[in-house]
Design a protein around this ligand. Sequence first.
Ligand SMILES: Nc1ncnc2c1ncn2[C@@H]1O[C@H](COP(=O)(O)OP(=O)(O)OP(=O)(O)O)[C@@H](O)[C@H]1O
Length: 784
Amino acid sequence: MGSGASKKDSPPQTSSNPGTARRAQGTSNRGGNFQEVQVQAPGQGRSGNMSSRTPQPSREARSRDEGNRNRYARHATNHSNSLQHGQAAAATSRDGQRRSAPLDDDVQFQTFTHNNGREFICAKRGTKLYYLDDWHSHDWQVFPERWHSEGTFQNLDHSQYIQSHQGQERQASSDNKAEDDREGHLMHPKRGRVETYLMEERHYVHFFFDRSTGKWLRLPIGWELHHSLVKQMVDHVEEALPHWKDRADILALLRACNYNPDECIGTYLLLEGDDWLLPQRTSKDAKLDQNKDQQIDELTQRLKKLEKDLASEKKAREEAERQLSELEEKYSMISADATSAQRQVEAMQSTRPKTARPKTPVAVAAVGATEQDLEQLNSQVKSLHKSHVRLKIDVQRNIGSINAIIAEAMKAASELKSSDVGSRQELEEVRALYQKEALQRRLLYNQFQELRGNIRVFCRPRRDERAKVCISFPSDQDIMVNTQEGNRKTFTFDKVYTTEASQEQIFADTQPIITSCVDGYNVCLLAYGQTGSGKTFTMMGPDSNPGINIRAITELLNVCSQRSETKRYNLKVSMVEIYNEAVQDLLSDDVKTLELSMVGNSVKIPNITEMTVDEVKDIKGIMKLGDSNRKTASTKMNSTSSRSHLVVMITVEGEDKVTGAVSRGVLTLCDLAGSERIGKTEATGQRLVEAAAINKSLSALGQVFSALRESQLHIPYRNSKLTQILRPCLGGDAKACLFVNISPEMSNSPETCNTLEFGSNARQVALGQAKQNIQRKPGGFPPR
Ligand SMILES: Nc1ncnc2c1ncn2[C@@H]1O[C@H](COP(=O)(O)OP(=O)(O)OP(=O)(O)O)[C@@H](O)[C@H]1O
């Protein structure tokens, strides 16, 4: 085995990867390079000569050993054969003639169990010992010296097992042949055994051109994260899943999802909660958490103790206060007695002659208060004073401890406040979870819509501040109309904008669908509604605030230039007007009328003018040219209203610089003529003819939607020029969006209801899953 040299004497780790096994098999030297050992044929000579000497193992060990021996015996048979062949071949090549191998009993087979758990089959000849590195190879390696101390040997009695297991060997080899090594499994900690299959899929792979080697090389993840387009995708996923911080991980899943951010988010959400997807928690994290829990417990205990102390201190304080007030009362009584006694003494002294100072207490007794009484009173006053001082000290001491308690309580309160911050964080997490849930629901809904190929319908009311409005918005998917009869009707769409919605908002919601045109999808956007409801404002918009048309082409140019490293793009624009059932080329100098030819499911418009757009500045010129050629005429309702359908078609062809595959997507942007009833416009003459043509084509569009909705066999595309042109967009492999533009005025509520009903019907149309138009070889697409 050539690789044996690189493995040196360190035993390779066991690999369960079937691919690895297969590779090892594929690269091994079938003839073997065992050049030193002469071995006997299986079943010949002495065998298992040491088995009788080995101590008897336990029953469990015995059965394990038997299993091993069976395996080894099979391989020993094969390998002893191959030893012979290898040796013979080697001997032949070395000496030019085949050396006769002494097929005697000088080879002994043993199993060696390395301490790392791996087992090897070994062959001993004389003093030399060899081992088989790879189970499937026939390459014998010299047994490394140091392994002797790193494992144990067991002799192998192969002749004993060969006969009984030759049948098994044959069975095993026939089983192996049928085995598909793309099948596999992994052991998931929660899901248990997970079956896997290595699918073959066409995937985008980012390459870069390496000038030094002149080769295209795979872009490493680290580099790819700096690529602007990829960066955008990773940002998008990161924004949707704020918990997923590892950008390289995100990119790895994006690669696996063929650079589809939605699929990437969907996969993540599907497996969310899976520990393997989240950053692995380290033992350090666990310890930190444990410490935190401990701290919280300690704090809670302390808080409880403080509360208890506070309560008992409060009680003691109340008691002290009560005693104090009692003492104060007593003191005031006694001091009142003392004062009156003092007064009596003074009175007595003032009435007594100055010279005749009483020498005996009898004189004092005569006025009712003896000296003894006074002394008693004096001592009472003194003791009261003492208890007053003691009380004062007590109160001061208590106030000190109460202050300490208050400080502790304040500390505990601030800790509680910080734990409140924690619960606020929890609240934030719950909110994030809710947002994720909502995102998941929206994604699933979008995926469902995409799979069914539903026409997405967006409702946009025109801004009107003066008029009495008849609409209200219960949610961003519902709109309620108050009819003139006083009823209320609610309609549901994929999105309902308010009258305040900006052009940017409108474009942002359609942008992903529009840009999928660069990937080879056909995309169609229609604006339907009565005259003056804002269709042209939405699609074309004023110069200062452009609508979808100009923003879409600008965005397509941006996406193309972002991908210019790997793809070469060509963007062409054509513009037609359908006026009175005639298709007119708006980009030709003479506004020529065009013929349509239906070929199968597609429509061809021969001789249509296509203008290449290379830069953003080209767009406005083209739009202006088309607009100036557009027929507009006044009706009673709107003096500038267009009485024709305007269809702008943008073809984006991309050629992959590496594979040469060509993608082609067509973005069809259609500003339909006003849908109001003829009666309301009071049209006559030419205007009446125009209105009739408009009505005919719009009702043909409605019929196509109805037929598609009911999955009828015949879809009446041929009923009008409009439906013929739109056939590739409504025929099953395109993505379609319909804007229903409405007027908010009460006087227009019947038309508004009609428009919303048209939109509701269209929303039920399932076109089927959109398909990418990609051809392997360039030049594969027929001209339009
Ligand atoms: N969302 C809006 N915000 C501000 N102004 C608007 C809005 N929608 C429409 N308008 C204004 O209302 C008027 C009529 O709109 P617009 O011409 O787009 O209607 P329309 O449906 O295309 O009519 P028509 O069928 O006749 O072509 C225009 O002056 C336009 O600027």
